[in-house]
Design a binder for this molecule. Structure first.
Ligand SMILES: Cc1cc2nc3c(=O)[nH]c(=O)nc-3n(C[C@H](O)[C@H](O)[C@H](O)COP(=O)(O)OP(=O)(O)OC[C@H]3O[C@@H](n4cnc5c(N)ncnc54)[C@H](O)[C@@H]3O)c2cc1C
Length: 306
């Protein structure tokens, strides 16, 4: 990437919102990944559109991310620009309409903060999403879900931008949600903001539900060590964690990457894991699970820079 291009990106997003040679291990919950050439944190839709124009004109490779909680970045990093939509692009607005709470959030709003804001305003139905450690943009992209709830159940529409800079308003139907996919993932769209349509509920009940799910997560998941959540998608009719455990792989380790002893569905970084360790481990898990059960596992974690 040329100096002129980096200068242009700084003019658009603001000098302090653009960094060069950024270790992606600092920006992923896996704590893995080599350097990205440039990372920028735009604060408005206009900046995003302008950035896309510059990328197009220069033929620059780019990648939009949120909190990096579902990402495995290669040890070589990423040659291009990472556009990170997190706290600098995270406004939340709420309005009560009859018995509904309408919530509009910018893509970078963290699910926990969104959940707490919704709780304060007695909105019900988002409890399942509160413990997902990503952004609402990332959650819409992959139709994130937990404990019987999915993003598709609460989103009424989303404003997205195409990679060539066209803004589209997509209804829930047009978002075409499926299991851990959506029109956003299929078409490489970028989520700008999301509108949720929730019921009004009783604050104590909502809080009790969030507390119950938080406790479940703490008991069942290895939250004290770096990971990217569930490593594999749930194969139809099975549970990935059960298949991995049945193949005798709990605790199985390659380099610094390990199948969690606490929850076999999670690959964890025990310390110093490389992306190559994780790939070697997940390949071996897939091979042995197939050998043992005849079921093919598919990665849920998104790979970048391979
Ligand atoms: C401990 C732990 C527990 C987890 N539990 C769950 C769970 O219960 N359920 C669940 O579904 N997931 C879970 N996850 C995975 C992860 O939190 C979700 O997939 C989350 O939705 C990812 O959001 P993110 O902002 O971190 O996305 P990132 O990891 O930053 O990016 C993931 C993908 O989303 C894309 N993306 C991000 N933002 C946007 C945007 N604005 N527009 C378009 N694409 C975008 C990226 O390009 C990338 O392809 C867990 C992860 C961890 C570490």
């Amino acid at each position: 990437m040329t100096e002129t291009e980096v200068k242009r990106i700084k003019e658009i997003a603001g000098e302090s919102f653009v960094k060069e040679n950024v270790p992606m291990s600092d920006h992923t919950t896996f704590k893995i990944g080599g350097p990205a050439d440039v990372m920028c944190m735009p604060q408005s839709k206009e900046q995003i559109i302008e950035l896309l124009r510059v990328f197009r004109e220069n033929g620059t490779d780019f990648f939009f991310m949120g909190n990096g909680s579902n990402l495995l970045v290669s040890d070589d990093g990423f040659r291009g620009v990472i556009v990170k939509l997190l706290d600098d692009f995270s406004d939340i607005n709420l309005a009560q309409k009859g018995n509904s709470l309408i919530v509009n959030a910018r893509a970078g709003a963290r699910m926990w903060r969104l959940g707490m804001t919704i709780l304060e305003n007695n909105g019900a139905g988002f409890e399942f999403g509160t413990g997902i450690p990503g952004t609402i943009g990332g959650a819409v992209m992959m139709n994130a879900g937990a404990y019987g709830g999915e993003i598709k159940d609460v989103v009424s529409e989303a404003s997205v931008v195409t990679r060539d800079g066209r803004i589209l308003e997509l209804s829930n139907e047009a978002l075409d949600f499926g299991y851990r996919r959506s029109a956003v993932s299929d078409k490489g769209l970028i989520v700008l903001d999301v509108t949720l349509d929730l019921d009004m509920g009783d604050k104590n009940d909502i809080k009790a539900k969030i507390d119950e799910l938080t406790e479940k997560r703490k008991t069942k998941q290895p939250l004290d060590v770096p990971s990217a959540g569930s490593t594999f998608k749930r194969p139809e009719g099975y549970y990935a964690a059960a298949l991995i455990e049945e193949a005798g792989l709990k605790g199985f380790t390659i380099g610094g990457a390990q199948v969690s002893e606490k929850h076999a569905g999670f690959v964890i970084n025990k310390g110093g894991a490389t992306a190559a360790d994780v790939i070697a481990l997940t390949d071996e898990i897939s091979r042995r699970v197939y050998e043992n059960s005849g079921v093919r596992l598919e990665l849920e974690v998104r790979k970048l820079g391979f």
